[in-house]
Design a protein around this ligand. Sequence first.
Ligand code: AMP
Ligand code: MG
Length: 438
Amino acid sequence: MTTSAPRPLLPLEEALARLAAGSAPHRITATEQVSTFDALGRVLAADVTSLLDVPPADNTAMDGYALRTADVPAPGAELPVSQRIPAGVVGRPLAPGSAARIFTGAQVPPGADAVVMQEQCEALAEPAGTHSADAPALGRVRVNVKPAVGQWIRRRGEDVRQGAVVLARGRRLDAAALGLAASVGAASLTVVRRPRVALFSTGDELRMPGEPLPPGAIYNSNRFTLRGLAQAAGCEVLDFGIVPDRLDATRAALRRAAAECDLIVTSGGVSVGEEDHLKAAAAAEGQVEQWQVAMKPGKPLAFGTIRRGPGDGRGAAGVGGAAGQALLVGLPGNPVSSFVTFVLCVAPVLRVLQGRPPAGPRPLVLTAAFDWPRPDRRREFLRVRRNEDGALELFANQSSGVLTSAVWADGLVDNPAGQAIARGDAVRYLPLAELIGG
Ligand code: AMP
Ligand code: MG
């Protein structure tokens, strides 16, 4: 295939289906045992099952008095206080006709069937001489309400039952999940090895910040954006820097990257111009399809596999499920296109590599606070952000080179091909935080 024969556009759904199917054989099977303390962002490779009931025993949700409801038939009943039970102390069975002073989290003593919060009680001093030195004064209590059976008691196992799966394999561990794992006593967790993602940027015009910028040059922003996205997705990033716009250099970079990673993500050089070498290089080093995806920003995308030479790098045992090949996704060079195609097309690949379903966050249906009278014939992903009313404002310049739009935005409107938007319309909104971190 040579230059600019018009190609049919590939629907994004179809591209995503091919990406997921092509990634599945590369699922990472290697696992690691990590301390629960350090497992934030990792993906579980095995279910977490509880070895105990949580809470392990009935306990009080309030500071107050544990008692038998039968001993308080009406508000105003007075009971002697027979014991004091702080959290961490196990009380004795509750003496008949008495109350136990009790503090939040402490186990409810056998015999008690309710807790009355201290605000609804009055502690009364006991008359002098009614207790001895070895039975210190606990006084009496007046209960000013009629308690209901079970009130303020957190039941054994009401959070988690022994034997229950509390976290399923494939789940990405967030802070709440770590807490839950800890609550069932899991000191370490079996997680999927982090995906190793090799990145390089193609483009003779690219310079690094800190270098002078000669005429015709621009700073390499994609290197930073894509690295950040891959890190936020929980990957180990191998950075191969800037690769010149030459076939031999691109081939060499692909070879070196494939030896060490599960997935190569490149930016630029993926169109069909004379200076675009990614497709030819990838075809020489493996297999590749070049797509024109019906999306904006975006469109040119390459997907394939790159062979690992025998004895390359860490070898087939260390990387990738499909021995002998690394996956390749070639992204367009325009900064916003790179960003959007990563979150929409590479993130699902990373999920599949880690044994998760490919689907990203579900869109929210929100109200447009803008007009979009001239939609594209491609499905568009508009940079928007929520205003104080929860409606969506549009960033004025939606050009794929304008990276400020991606910084300003908190989400993307997924707008169907050819559909105009008028203020007040319901639109589909994808939160960037979930696209990136989910
Ligand atoms: P390409 O996909 O290589 O044709 O690049 C498309 C546009 O994106 C051109 O204007 C490039 O200068 C720009 N571009 C390509 N790579 C990068 C990069 N790493 N950082 C910033 N802009 C880039
Ligand atoms: Mg280029």
